[in-house]
Design a protein around this ligand. Structure first.
Ligand code: NAD
Length: 268
């Protein structure tokens, strides 16, 4: 990343993982080999993530943990307090990456919040800082009005919605892209598209593995979510094949600007 730190490109996300199930599910993920966990205060499962990390006895420097500042906590002191709350629930003395979850332009506090994250990074309690759901105008304001360039922008990104303007701007400024909803959240039949199933058949892999591979080969950081151990293992088993240039292009051509989540210009 642009701050000199490394991030495992393939991780595990825990959005919509029930708090009561989180410890078991994250324990399974760690057992399969995942070392990068993406959570957020608003997911309500930081404690379960923390318990699984502690019980795993995996060395802290082999783990990569991301959490996020929720919209209601944007500000200066409120961001410091929210960050400490996340550390306490995770049972950690630092996270690897702390993100502003949404820009919420209507409340106009993301620049102020970013300055708080800069101080958190300075303190060493977040090794890297970044943003999520920031579009070009939001990124541009941070670049114009603050010191630290975000290490990442975590945005909705899957074959039907590739956000070319944001990814091009990010590339220009050395901001890594993290794809959320990488499998389309099961909300459209991405895994049945011929562009995907034909590549899967050609490589003896599943459609989900092909889509994850597409993200990796595009250079995106990706952390698909599943509650099911066999799918977690499937989604992690993507390092032994490579999509051809033609297969990559066909999947890229699926683009149809089909957003699944809220519009970052309005949400919050
Ligand atoms: P995803 O695209 O990873 O979809 C998850 C769903 O895909 C699962 O619930 C399951 O139904 C299906 N699935 C998973 N593995 C499969 C397989 N091998 N075969 C068939 N179906 C499979 O969506 P997501 O969980 O929303 O996104 C991944 C992560 O991104 C989240 O867990 C979270 O960490 C992060 N995220 C961030 C934001 C944000 O605003 N920053 C928003 C949403 C998600």
């Amino acid at each position: 990343m642009n701050d000199g730190h490394s991030i495992p490109q393939l991780g595990f996300g825990v959005f919509l993982v029930e708090p009561a199930e989180t410890e078991r599910i994250v324990t399974d993920a760690l057992d399969i080999g995942y070392r990068h966990i993406d959570t957020a205060r608003i997911y309500g499962n930081e404690e379960g993530v923390g318990r699984a990390l502690a019980a795993s006895r995996i060395a802290r420097d082999e783990l990569y943990v991301t959490t996020k500042l929720w919209n209601d906590d944007q500000g200066t002191q409120s961001a410091f307090d929210a960050f400490q709350g996340s550390l306490d629930r995770l049972g950690l003395d630092h996270v690897d990456l702390y993100l502003i979850h949404w820009p919420v332009p209507a409340q106009d506090r993301y620049v102020e919040s970013w300055k708080a994250l800069e101080q958190i990074r300075e303190s060493g309690r977040a090794r890297s800082i970044g943003v999520s759901n920031f579009m070009v105008p939001h990124l541009r304001r941070l670049l114009d009005e603050t010191e630290v360039v975000p290490a990442v922008d975590q945005i909705e990104l899957h074959p039907a919605h590739q956000q070319p303007e944001t990814t091009a701007f990010a590339a220009e400024h050395g901001i890594a892209i993290e794809s959320w909803g990488p499998l389309g959240q099961g909300k459209y039949p991405l895994l049945e598209f011929p562009e995907v199933t034909e590549a899967a058949a050609a490589h003896g892999k599943s459609p989900a593995q092909v889509v994850i591979r597409w993200h990796l080969q595009r250079g995106f950081i990706v952390f698909p979510k599943s509650n099911r151990r066999e799918r977690m293992a499937e989604n992690f088993d993507v390092l032994d094949f490579e999509l051809s240039g033609g297969e990559m292009e066909r999947i890229t051509e699926i683009e149809r600007a089909g957003r699944l989540g809220p519009d970052p210009a309005r949400f919050g």
